[in-house]
Design a protein around this ligand. Structure first.
Ligand code: EPU
Length: 438
């Protein structure tokens, strides 16, 4: 069920497209499912996740969880559903040691720390890999868990943690970190007493995780607000569940951005606009209408785009994961837009690639100044990470001529058949094995 391999040999070829039309259905969120998979470590039994995207990160996370002792099977989704199902069986026979070769491949491996520690009292895991946006420390995760009684040793080989039963604690984050919130919540589920997380992250994916944990028997209040309270339960109070993964708001935004750049009128099925408020607002200011319809959203763009300024912020602010899409849109818009990155200092590497398409972008510290040039032109570009890769595909559809996107393995980590979905909207895009002579 991989997206296609060896991905390192594949390229995506996009050429001038539009207007786009029809419907596209968005599957579940990568940044939710990876944490839901980790959460199954907490309760024995047969868990079933539905609406799971067919992406490489799910495969890598599956390998990692199999390595610690879970049984995971990918099941084709029944007709009428998107994505796949994951059956995860936890027999309780878990070894909390995650091999370096697998853990190093995925940032979400850090999400195993909370559940493994709280349930088994120790962990031994490689430090997280994943995208390279500059330093991505995990100090908040570790400080929170230390406050609950864990002790850590960080060595070049990885992270070693030990604890007795974790104790509920008052934990205040300096910054609403998504991963740290998820880890502390999962650890607190089996801790003794009450844990109160202040300045917690509020992302829809965190609400999804807390919903699943609650249905597993956890006692959690305040998910979706900046104060989450978890009252620890005994392990015997937890049980396996069936859970549908929340829709991927970043994949939804990608198809909306494609309409914005190629023009058209498209229905994005399963898009949940309640989770995309800031994006809808900015798109509206740029001249892209996004309105709710039964079961999703309608996106219409008929004229040129107008520049806006955008600052990335934790949810409900403008997500950093949308940023490459909006920078690509601004590159074609009328006027100059300033995009400020407040989460990852190093997340501007794709700018060089957009410049190859003719974009005029200057970087000044954590600001990108994007001067709209009206039209982009096709070129050979490299996907530097998941979101930037998707933005380059969309930009390639809007550019004059042919754009070849390389390093598509990055895109495969988080996008479920982006080429098929865009093609179904009428876009000229295909995936080609380079070994086949391209
Ligand atoms: N940070 C710290 N210390 C910590 C934790 C975070 O300094 O202990 C800093 C990070 O270095 C970063 C910022 O805080 O500069 C945000 O980090 P956060 O912990 O919120 O993010 P994350 O959990 O590592 C998740 C998503 C990212 C998404 C961010 C922000 C997953 C697997 N990843 O990362 O998604 O950009 O939240 O919304 O859920 C992607 O999908 O392409 C992606 C990178």
């Amino acid at each position: 069920m991989s997206n296609g391999s060896p991905a390192g040999d594949d390229v995506i070829v996009a050429s001038t497209s539009g207007p786009l039309g029809g419907e596209v259905t968005v599957p579940g969120a990568k940044n939710s499912v990876l944490k839901l998979m980790a959460a199954t470590l907490l309760a024995d039994g047969r868990h079933l996740l539905t609406n799971v995207p067919v992406i490489d990160d799910v495969e890598i996370m599956s390998d990692l969880l199999r390595a610690v002792g879970l049984r995971i099977e990918q099941i084709a989704a029944p007709a009428g559903e998107v994505g796949q199902h994951l059956e995860i069986v936890n027999t309780g026979a878990i070894t909390p040691v995650a091999p370096f070769e697998v853990a190093d491949r995925i940032r979400a491996s850090v999400n195993l720390v909370g559940p493994l520690l709280t349930r088994f009292g120790h962990i031994d895991i490689a430090l997280p890999g994943g995208d390279d946006f500059g330093g991505r420390p995990i100090d908040m995760h570790l400080r929170g868990l230390e406050k609950m009684g864990a002790e850590f040793q960080v060595t070049p080989e990885g992270l070693f943690g030990r604890c007795g039963r974790l104790q509920g604690a008052a934990i205040e984050f300096d910054f609403p970190s998504v991963g740290a919130t998820e880890n502390i919540v999962m650890a607190a589920v089996l801790a003794e007493g009450v844990t109160v997380i202040t300045n917690a992250a509020r992302e829809p994916e965190i609400v999804d995780l807390c919903d699943m944990l609650r249905r597993m028997g956890a006692r959690i209040e305040g998910a979706g607000t900046d104060i989450i309270t978890v009252t620890g339960v005994e392990q015997s109070a937890l049980h396996a569940v069936t859970h549908e993964v929340v829709t991927d708001r970043v994949q939804a935004a990608t198809y909306m951005a494609a309409v914005a750049m190629c023009k058209g009128d498209v229905t994005v099925r399963r898009a949940n606009l309640e989770h995309m408020g800031m994006l809808v607002e900015r798109f509206g200011e740029m001249g892209v209408s996004v309105t709710p319809v039964e079961g999703g959203a309608r996106v219409v763009c008929e004229g040129g785009l107008t520049s806006v300024n955008v600052s990335t912020l934790p949810y409900p602010g403008f997500a950093t994961d949308y940023k490459p899409l909006v920078v690509a849109m601004l590159a074609m818009a009328d006027g100059t837009g300033i995009v400020t990155e407040n989460l990852y200092p190093g997340r501007f590497r794709y700018v060089e690639e957009l410049r190859k398409l003719g974009a005029e972008i200057d970087i000044d510290g954590h600001h990108a100044v994007v001067r709209g040039v009206g039209h982009l032109r096709g070129a050979i570009v490299n996907a530097p990470d998941i979101r930037a890769g998707a933005a380059l595909v969309v930009a390639g559809l809007a550019a004059q001529g042919i754009t070849e996107i390389r390093d598509v393995h990055h895109i495969d980590r988080g996008y479920d058949d982006i080429v098929g979905r865009l093609s179904s909207l009428g876009a000229s895009v295909s995936r080609i094995r380079r070994s086949a002579g391209v």
